[in-house]
Ligand binder design. Structure first.
Ligand code: GDP
Ligand code: MN
Length: 393
């Protein structure tokens, strides 16, 4: 789950990462005007109005404006609210006292799958696309692998110092940047983040360092450890697929893809294999849902409802291997689900195997429901599902 900037800054502040003074969120121009009045009335000489979308490059897209008056704040909010930034509509802006910038750096901590550890990245060149810096001037980007044994009690300060020194941050801010990195790493660990990125990390004219921007991704698989993470979800900011969010609420494993065959299976291995046979047959999955162990009419109906509510789904491939859940129970689940769902245009291709599969297939054939095509093998079922999607398109 990705946080938007103002949330990332709140999370940073909780863990002692220095950020600009807090501001306010606005969803309308009038709310933005009140926020600007409050900030300027409080003695700030300028306010920054920032689009809150889960995509980078807001500055270049016109989504970040520094203003010195309430009138200019109004104009900025009018320009930014409703703006489209790389396909994300801006519904929320954040206003905070503007910071004075002497220099911009880059600092992040992220999960490194390949090396099974954490990676700290720091550069003296910040405020720009770090990938670009890495391409054109790789020497300017310092990467330090941190293995779990090194950070048992958090990131040791000498490693933090080593990183900011290697990145050649100026001597005046090295100590405070190292402290900030230790705090950033603590936030990353404590919150089960997969990414905490500050771009730019700024040096102010009075030599303080601050996180001027915040990009935070939290590990959804660790959400059970963090009751408060659910509170980061906010209305009106897209980024997460709405169906994925609904599936998560219902405890289902659902992933949105970009084809047109809906895939429903039990067990992660079988679901992955199902995606492969769909692809081998020239099709593309629209999504996949792992129904897990049970296949009751209720759980099947909930799963099917979810898969079918994706408008891209032109046919559905239900691929179930009966183990503890027997074939006839699955068949009853599917039939019961269809009864609950009422009319839908898509064909359901159902392949049952495993315990009591014949019994299940017999039930499906007897029901002779016009929406169901039972199929004995995965290959044949995939071919039928792809063909059904094609003729429906
Ligand atoms: P991004 O473009 O989505 O990464 O948004 P950022 O939050 O990084 O802002 C982009 C740029 O706007 C920064 O690199 C700064 O140069 C500028 N900016 C953002 N906030 C402020 C501020 O408070 N004061 C000043 N002077 N510039 C700012
Ligand atoms: Mn940025």
């Amino acid at each position: 789950m990705d946080l938007v900037e103002f949330q990332g800054k709140q999370l940073f502040a909780r863990h002692g990462v220095p950020v600009p003074p807090p501001g306010a969120v606005a969803r309308t121009v009038e709310e933005a005007v009140s926020a600007a009045e409050a900030i300027l009335g409080d003695g700030a000489s300028a306010v920054v109005v920032k689009a809150q979308v889960k995509v980078g490059g807001r500055g270049k897209a016109g989504g970040v404006k520094v203003v010195r008056s309430v009138e200019d704040a109004r104009a900025a909010a009018e320009a930014i609210l409703g703006l489209d930034i790389k396909g994300h509509t801006v519904n929320v802006v954040y206003l905070e006292p503007a910071s004075d910038i002497a220099e911009e750096y880059y600092l992040s901590v992220l999960h490194d799958r390949v090396n099974k550890g954490d990676l700290v990245i720091c550069s003296r060149q910040g405020g720009v696309d770090i990938e670009e810096v890495n391409r054109t001037d790789p020497g300017a980007v310092v990467k330090r692998q941190v293995v779990p044994s090194e950070r048992a009690g958090g990131l040791p300060r000498d490693i933090a110092m080593e990183v900011v020194t290697a990145a050649d941050l100026p001597a005046e801010v090295r100590a405070s940047a190292a402290d900030l990195l230790v705090a950033l790493f603590a936030a990353y660990l404590a919150e089960d983040a997969t990414l905490t990125e500050i771009n730019p990390l700024i040096r102010t004219p009075d030599d303080r360092v601050l996180a001027l921007d915040a990009k935070v991704s939290l590990d959804v698989n660790a959400a059970f450890r963090h009751g408060d993470h659910a509170e980061w979800r906010i209305e009106g900011i897209d980024g997460d697929d709405p169906l994925e969010a609904r599936a998560r609420e219902q405890g289902m494993q659902y992933v949105k893809l970009d084809g047109d065959v809906g895939v429903l299976g039990n067990g992660a291995g079988l679901v992955m294999a199902t995606l492969d046979v769909v692809a081998q047959n020239g099709g593309r999955a629209a999504n996949f849902l792992d129904v897990g162990g049970g296949a009751s009419a209720d759980s099947m109906a909930a799963s099917l409802r979810l898969v079918l509510s994706d408008p891209a789904v032109k046919s559905v491939f239900i691929n179930i291997f009966g183990g503890i859940t027997r074939g006839e129970e699955v068949a009853r689940g599917v039939l019961g689900a269809i009864e609950q769902l009422g009319h839908f245009p898509q064909q359901l291709i159902v392949r049952l195997d495993g315990t009591n599969a014949e019994e299940g297939r017999r039930l499906l054939e007897e029901a002779a429901h016009p929406s169901i095509i039972p199929s004995p093998t995965m290959q044949e079922a995939a071919a039928l599902a792809v063909a059904a999607a094609r003729s429906a398109a």
